[in-house]
Design a protein around this ligand. Structure first.
Ligand code: PEP
Ligand code: MN
Length: 304
């Protein structure tokens, strides 16, 4: 016995006092229900689930080109890789800089993948926009207003990661700053927040996806890698993201994670990434069908 139910809009906590009607350029309205961000021939926030994948940091030509080829074959559309790395420790690898940007361009030319890479400072915006299809704002920069304003003029879409201690309202406020400065093409990214929990690197706020998609017109993607901090949890968090209606993922992949110069613990091998992609499909399908309740749940609510 199976019953179809109609989909309901996710309900917000009635006590929540999030105020985003003032964020008029990013809020969902009757006139602007959703924005689709176009990158080359890719639509983010449209019907496709778009996966961005690649190493945490660009380390060498072999590392980047090998990873680009592997993630493309597995179905990724966009290559990620940091050339400028914001690291918690000043002693950690800081990235290859311009050399890394050149390698990203080469990988893009060889594979056809679009490029997303991080920009840390407003002074680097022009340089990075020459190489990147999408400008990534990292968690540590979400409230860097000089950077956000400079990105308003860069003529490239922006991937705005949620600050690790930022509320959703603060995330939307930063998106509004970019839009007010002239750039409406913002993609939001839930990448986990700092909580008292230590079993994972950050706590993936999975509810952020339906909440953001209810109040905002912007596409929302999930970064399961920085949320999990360990590779074994990345595929299941990716599936959760697909099931709750995310528009895509950004995932760290490395040819040899044990040797990675940054974030090796959370980076997937090529094979693990391919399996992640294959296993996503049924979870994406959930978004396209009405949900089916199990009979015992229906019995509990008195349906016949
Ligand atoms: C990254 O994408 O490698 C990164 C540093 O992410 P975050 O800013 O979310 O920590
Ligand atoms: Mn990383």
């Amino acid at each position: 016995m199976r019953f179809r139910i109609t989909k309901m809009a996710p309900l917000m906590n009635p006590k929540w006092n999030g105020q985003f009607s003032c964020f008029d350029l990013v809020a969902k309205t009757a006139a602007h229900a959703r924005s689709v961000v176009r990158v080359r021939d890719i639509e983010i926030g449209g019907d496709d689930f778009v996966v961005m994948a690649g190493p945490c940091a660009v380390e060498s030509e072999d590392q980047l080109l090998g990873t680009a080829e592997a993630v493309r074959e597995a179905g990724a559309r966009i290559l990620r890789g940091g050339a400028y790395k914001p690291r918690s420790s000043p002693y950690a690898f800081q990235g290859l800089g311009v050399e890394g940007l050149k390698l990203l361009r080469k990988a893009s030319q060889l594979t056809g993948l679009a490029i997303v890479t991080e920009v840390m400072s407003e002074e680097d915006v022009h340089l990075i926009a020459e190489y990147a299809d999408i400008m990534q704002v990292g968690t540590r920069s979400m409230e860097n207003y000089a950077l956000l304003e400079a990105l308003g003029q860069c003529r490239r879409p922006v991937l705005l990661k949620r600050g690790m201690t930022a509320t959703l309202e603060e995330l939307l406020r930063s998106a509004q700053v970019i839009a007010m400065a002239g750039n409406p093409d913002v993609i939001l990214c839930e990448r986990g927040i700092s909580t008292f929990e230590t079993a994972t690197r950050n706590t993936l706020d999975i509810a952020a996806v339906p909440v953001l998609k209810t109040v905002s017109r912007l596409p929302v993607i999930v970064d399961p890698s920085h949320a999990a901090g360990v590779r074994s949890l990345v595929p299941i968090l990716a599936r959760a993201a697909a099931a709750v209606g995310a528009d895509g993922l950004i995932v760290e992949v490395h040819p040899c994670p044990e040797k990675a110069l940054s974030d090796g613990n959370q980076s997937l091998t090529f094979c693990e990434f391919r399996n992640l992609m294959i296993d996503l499909q049924p979870y994406l399908d959930l978004q396209h069908h009405d949900r089916l309740f199990r009979p015992q749940l229906l019995a509990a609510i008195g349906a016949d």
